[in-house]
Design a protein around this ligand. Sequence first.
Ligand code: PMP
Length: 354
Amino acid sequence: MNKKHNFSAGPCILPQEVFEKSAQAVLDFNGIGLSILEISHRSKDFVPVMDEARAIVKRLLNLNDDYEVLYLGGGASLQFLMVPFNLMKQENGKAAYLDTGTWASNAIKEAKRLGTVHVVGSSKAENYSFIPKDYKVGSEYDYFHCTSNNTIYGTQMKTFPDVDTLMVCDMSSDIFSRQLDFSKFDVIYAGAQKNMGPAGVTMVVVKKEILGKTGRDIPSYLDYSLHIAKESMFNTPPVFPVYASLLTLQHLENNGGIAEAEKRNEAKAKLLYDEIDSNPMFETFCKKEDRSLMNVPFKITDESKKEEFDNAWKAAGINGLNGHRSLGGYRASLYNALPIESVQVLVDVMKSIK
Ligand code: PMP
């Protein structure tokens, strides 16, 4: 196979080993004479997959047993609703949100269904080109919600505020990409389809002690406590995405964990940003200090060269470089599994446009 250089924003590139092992499991899972797609999620062959997929997240994020890990359906988008259902008080519920992009504002929209949302900082008026920083979150809020990496606008929170309430973070597009003190957060969620695995499953990490305090009657599927009690098997979990996620996380653990992934990600991002900054043909959309190491939206400064550039990157075997429809231009996503060699191919193409 002539493998492409895949800069897709998600679903996206995963380690080749994961593609191969998950393909094998579809044909014959662990040599049991059955496909992973045809066995019960409660079988003795699958239960250890779910158990290990939950355990490995805690090892990689360095979290203790105060936390539980869930694998749920519905995408990160369902978490926009599950978070307020589980954390916002029934009476006079009030939450603080940071509005840093499309996904953050979608989360705000869902939370407003259940209570009062106070947007403590927003960069919307400047097309989400930076991360707001001067805000305070006091104990009058049930929780604070932020988005660590803005997949569309290419900004990333480099630090997280100290807040006087629970801290919830959508880490869909930079989970497992950099070292953080993950114990600072009470809920972390991430759609798997970037650094974790294929689309179809969402990982949720919850600190147990925060649950059961809202006075709400929570619909069964939306209740974190129920999923915890059932060890993430309340209903049939998305077995194949869970398995492929486990393989991806094992690959990460066997290759130096988050610490080494972070070094590789920093090197890849530096290579690309250095080229954009030194090449007058290209520029980014956002403030330098807030630039994402995962998603790099950029534009060409001379539109008359667009066709030449498009032909050149396609001829170089690059895939997934078109920008998001709301921003236009280009977007290079540099997720964990993208090798630096692919970034070098892109940089060489950029240098060739004169
Ligand atoms: N949050 C972020 C940061 C995202 O990038 C995305 C989509 N890629 C979502 C939420 C929505 O995720 P899903 O499509 O899994 O609902």
